[in-house]
Design a binder for this molecule. Structure first.
Ligand SMILES: *Cc1c(COP(=O)(O)O)cnc(C)c1O
Length: 363
């Protein structure tokens, strides 16, 4: 068996240890005589999985007691609708920061339900930076402010938490959650599709402050209503059982093998710095995001020659570095280096890039 280095933006690599554990428990989970995929979500044995998963997530992120954790389906994109349906409860106004394609989609979906203002955008420079926000940029009566914390497609990330005063801050953390510690209390609501750092596709994690639950619009579909989900401990209907189980194994890996989120962040900084340092010193490759806003998770770069970019992606693939092509909307290259990408994967990629540079410098 030979495993490739998978630089996909999502679904993405999972820790090998997690996959092996899942494999070893595939036919018989913990003496139950069943796979986790087969068991009733109302069974005692499954109850211990979902409860343990939530407890581990709370411990890992140090989630305060006045926040609910919801394990939902529908991906981060479903939250583009759920957030306005549940939170546009007073003035019906919300302010969105557009820093990439996902926040743009989130804002346009929210416009169906209320008075949405784009408080800032970085579209003028192809989303290569994060707008600097001040409290005065937001409408004081807004029901919430929405940001996308790490822009998966353009490779930028917030290096600060915007000050919104009393207005709840909502963050799409799909490609950020579990890559580093987060000060949860600075946010009203955080959501994330699991398929970047947390587990397989099919699970969406929502962390929401108690006081924001129960104010939904009448038209809110029952499945998108945070109150329904909170009152039923994410079990109003069948939850994404297997994805939750893998998420639990990922959390165990972060705790026991990595040693917690501080260590995870240190490793992620080390991996991303190695790659950015090489790109900055290269005569061929150039990073596309502003230095101060660079993402540790998604490293976007180009050669400046689209044909050469294409050649790079093809040769990379042939050498076991797969899915390194940039998003179809921006081109170039994107190395998504989430938690599960081993340091060795980055080291080998840099060696490969050096060689490609030597061979193609004068093209
Ligand atoms: C991947 C991603 C999404 C879309 O997630 P789905 O689960 O496919 O809906 C939204 N926002 C961000 C920041 C992402 O990285």
């Amino acid at each position: 068996m030979s495993r490739v280095y998978n630089f996909s933006a999502g679904p993405s690599m999972l820790p090998e240890e997690v996959l092996k554990k899942a494999q070893s428990e595939m036919l018989d989970y913990n003496g139950s005589g069943q796979s986790v995929m087969e068991m009733s979500h109302r069974s005692k044995v499954y109850d211990s999985i979902i409860k343990n998963c939530e407890a581990l997530l709370r411990e890992t992120l140090q989630i305060p007691d006045n926040y609910k954790v919801l394990f939902l389906q529908g991906g981060a994109s479903t939250q583009f609708s759920a957030v306005p349906l549940n939170l546009l409860s007073n003035s019906g106004k919300a302010d969105y920061i557009v820093s990439g394609q996902f926040s743009k989609k989130a804002a346009s979906e929210a416009k169906r339900y209320g008075d949405i203002k784009i408080a800032a955008s970085s579209e003028d420079r192809c989303f290569s930076y994060i707008p600097k926000l001040k409290k005065e940029d937001f409408r004081s009566d807004a029901d919430y402010v929405h940001i996308c914390f790490n822009n998966t497609i353009f490779g930028t990330t917030y290096n600060y938490i915007p000050d919104t005063g009393n207005i709840p801050l909502v963050a799409d953390m799909s490609s950020y959650l579990l890559s580093a510690p987060v000060e949860i209390s600075k946010f009203g609501l955080i959501y994330a599709g699991a398929q970047k750092n947390c587990g397989p596709a099919g699970l969406t994690i929502v962390i929401v402050r108690d006081d924001l639950i129960g104010k939904e619009k009448d038209i809110t579909p029952v499945m998108l209503n945070y109150k329904t989900q909170a009152d039923n401990d994410s079990m109003y209907n069948t939850p994404p059982c297997y994805a939750i189980y893998i998420h639990m194994l990922v959390l165990e890996w972060i705790k026991n093998t990595i040693g917690g989120l501080e260590n995870m962040q240190k490793i992620n900084i080390k991996k991303a710095s190695a790659l950015y340092d090489f790109i900055d010193s290269s005569e061929l490759f150039k990073a596309t995001a502003d230095k101060e806003d660079r993402s540790l998770m998604n490293v976007c770069f180009i050669t400046g020659n689209p044909d050469l970019d294409k050649k790079f992606c093809t040769e990379a693939e042939a050498n076991g570095f797969v899915n390194i092509k940039g998003h179809r909307s921006v081109g170039g290259m994107r190395a998504s280096i989430y938690n599960a990408m081993p340091e060795e994967g980055i080291e080998k990629l840099i060696v490969f890039m050096k060689e490609f540079e030597r061979n193609n410098k004068n093209v």
